[in-house]
Design a protein around this ligand. Structure first.
Ligand code: KIV
Length: 258
């Protein structure tokens, strides 16, 4: 309800990933509104090149490290690769995220084909965030990490996905790596807040991977840094100041630039 209030008030939602207690406390203090224990931990914590090997137990472990240290930030946990391939698996994984991990919401990747899973979880009291656009868990099907929804037909399909998923009960949408114009269109038609990562400035909030804004992620060191990533350590006295600067930049709409 707080995220919906922020959207209605036109207040941008500042989101960031975290995977451990120290950074959870720091981000919470720095004013981050929503913290995601993302399966990006497969890259930034485990050093892998994809999120495929991440397990439910991995996410539960890191969620448990983060949850007790949040005073105000809302905690979301990722459902990893194939953990929501059936209704039963999705329910079991979500139960673990919420009961063992302490998450308040789970996130899953995919479009309208996930609607029955979203509905199954939502009617059982599991808040769901649906992740559209670039879906890193589908990398082995897609072949490469690239911008999604460039062509009008693909954009229309994504708009339809957003509508179907929110009607199925999704409470939040994450939109990754789509043209700004499509980010704007989806934010306009969506009944739930839309959080962008490489989706332009006209969505209701932004999310980035913590290590990316601190300029220490493996992506940075291997030179595969996505164009939307910004180094907030530049000009910051310390890590907490960098996170505060990120929050401030999202709130004031200084990040992302058009
Ligand atoms: O796994 C992750 O960290 C994510 C986001 C960055 C949106 O899905």
């Amino acid at each position: 309800s707080e995220l919906h209030r922020m959207r209605a008030a036109g207040e941008k939602i500042a989101c960031l990933t975290a995977y451990d207690a120290s950074f959870a406390m720091l981000e919470d203090r720095a004013g981050v509104d929503l913290i995601l224990v993302g399966d990006s931990l497969g890259m930034v914590m485990q050093g892998g090149s994809t999120t495929t090997p991440v397990t439910v137990s991995d996410i539960v472990y890191h969620t448990r490290c983060v949850a007790p240290h949040l005073k105000r930030a809302f905690l979301v946990a990722d459902l990893p690769f194939l953990s929501y391939a059936t209704l039963e698996r999705a329910l079991d994984a979500s139960q673990r995220m919420m009961q063992e991990g302490g998450a308040k919401m789970v996130k899953l990747e995919g479009g309208r084909e996930q609607a029955s899973i979203v509905e199954y979880l939502a009617v059982r009291g599991v808040p769901v965030c649906a992740h559209l656009g670039l879906q890193p868990q589908f990398i082995h099907k897609m072949g490469a990490f690239k911008v999604q929804g460039r062509e009008e037909a693909a954009a229309e399909a994504m708009l339809h996905d957003a509508k179907v998923l929110t009607e199925a009960g999704a409470d939040l949408l994450v939109l990754e790596c789509v043209p700004s114009s499509l980010g704007k269109r989806i934010a306009e038609i969506s009944s739930t807040p839309v959080i962008g990562i490489g989706a332009g400035p006209d969505v209701h909030g932004q999310i980035l991977v913590l290590q990316d804004i601190l300029n220490i992620s493996p992506m940075v060191t291997t030179g595969r840094k996505p164009r939307f990533v910004k180094n907030f350590m530049q000009g910051a006295a310390d890590i907490e100041a960098a996170v505060r600067n990120y929050v401030q930049a999202v709130k004031s709409a200084a990040y992302p630039e058009l």
